[in-house]
Design a protein around this ligand. Structure first.
Ligand SMILES: [Zn+2]
Length: 390
């Protein structure tokens, strides 16, 4: 595999991989069609509203009438749910099998309104009008719309602290300013050929078929040498990973950062193969000012791009990934990604079939929601009940 990548930031300092996606994976359907139907009662109390609201470990008790059935099977996988399983099976169980949600946080909401503003900038705004003030106005608009439709969320996050909300909004505007340092929306080589594009495909494991899905922020056609290729772009409102480690560790971090986009590239390819996708057309304007019409249908993804709106220096940063020069190289990367998805799915199925929540191991990440829920997974608590009822 000859994949390569580069970072546009010359200044890199230590940091944690703290990128945020505003696509918290959608709730998954509970039952898988190839598995028997099951009844299931909540593992946690009905008033449980999110990991961060769980009571301290030692005071957690089961609701008096809790009944437990077989764990439900998920129906689909997304890059985020697959990564969550990889990092922390226990958190995956809570979030994606039992459907307990993380509460909305100011950082998540910031990512949402930033993505909406950028989408509108490219979807609804003519090139000459894609200015800084326009982008700021789009953000304020989406802030206001979200606040109207999700009043209680704002109330929970900011209460009556207007100043706090203003600071939050200002920092979102600051992230968009960082973005404008990286790309000039008035002068992109070509307009995006896809925005907030859903991709999905069925994959087959040894004994079941499952859906993998996701949303691509932006698709561009890019010209390199004499070729036109598709590039997947994903905006990240969290900080860029800081590549301060050894070569191999940095490589690992980068590969993981791009894994989500590799899944998108795979889904894009499978979807293109399967059905006649909507035809996107766009103009590619070459350096000499000539333009040519191209259709993105059938044009495979070669490049992946992560646009981080923040890094350790408070600046935006672009990370690029080349899936490979030849189609064979790219297919090799995508095939590996497919295998990883299938392996993840099979591991999840295996654990669910075992029917013991204790087998969903917790992680050691300090920020993970599993910490507060851990009491239900230890001996003498719920996990034993599940085993007994099997
Ligand atoms: Zn965890």
């Amino acid at each position: 595999m000859l994949s390569s990548f580069r970072s546009s930031s010359a200044l890199l300092r230590p940091t944690l991989l703290t990128s945020l996606s505003r696509h918290p994976a959608a709730p998954l359907n509970r039952l898988h069609s190839t598995h028997p139907s099951t009844t299931f009662e909540p593992l946690l109390p009905s008033n449980f509203t999110g990991f961060s609201n769980l009571p301290p470990t030692n005071s957690f008790t089961l609701p008096p009438n809790a009944t437990l059935g077989t764990l439900p099977f998920p129906k689909s996988l997304s890059p985020s749910s697959a990564l969550e399983f990889k990092h922390c099976p226990q958190s995956y169980l809570l979030r994606y099998i039992l459907n307990y949600k993380d509460p909305q946080t100011p950082a998540m909401l910031k990512g949402t309104i930033i993505h909406t503003a950028l989408e509108k900038l490219y979807r609804d705004t003519r090139r000459p009008n894609r200015t800084r003030s326009k982008l700021h106005n789009l953000l304020r608009e989406s802030w206001s719309e979200y606040k109207t439709s999700n009043h209680s969320t704002f109330l929970e996050m900011f209460g009556s602290n207007v100043q706090q909300e203003i600071e939050w909004g200002r920092s979102a505007l600051g992230l968009l300013d960082n973005y404008l340092e990286l790309e000039d929306p008035k002068n992109l080589p070509s307009d995006p050929v896809g925005l907030e594009k859903w991709v999905r495909s069925n994959l087959t494991s040894s004994n079941s078929t499952f859906i993998v899905r996701g949303i691509i922020d932006r698709l561009d056609l890019v010209q390199s040498d004499s070729c036109i290729n598709t590039r997947i772009t994903d905006y990240k409102s969290g900080k860029a990973p800081n590549l301060k480690y050894s070569y191999s560790m940095n490589k690992k971090i980068r590969e993981e950062s791009f894994w989500q986009l590799k899944v998108y590239a795979l889904l894009h390819k499978l979807q293109n193969q399967k059905s006649a996708e909507k035809r996107y057309e766009d103009q590619i304007i070459s350096d000499d000012g000539n333009s040519t019409k191209f259709s993105s249908e059938g044009i495979g993804v070669r490049y992946l791009r992560l646009i981080y709106l923040n890094n350790v220096n408070g600046e935006g940063e672009i990370m690029e990934y080349d899936l490979g020069e030849s189609e064979e190289e790219r297919d090799e990367v995508l095939e590996k990604t497919k295998e990883e998805l299938v392996e993840t799915w099979e591991s999840i199925m295996e654990l669910i079939e075992e029917g013991d929540v204790k087998h969903f191991k917790h992680c050691e990440r300090k920020f993970c929601g599993c910490h507060k829920a851990r009491s239900v997974f230890v001996d003498g608590t719920l996990s034993n009940e599940i085993v007994e009822r099997k």
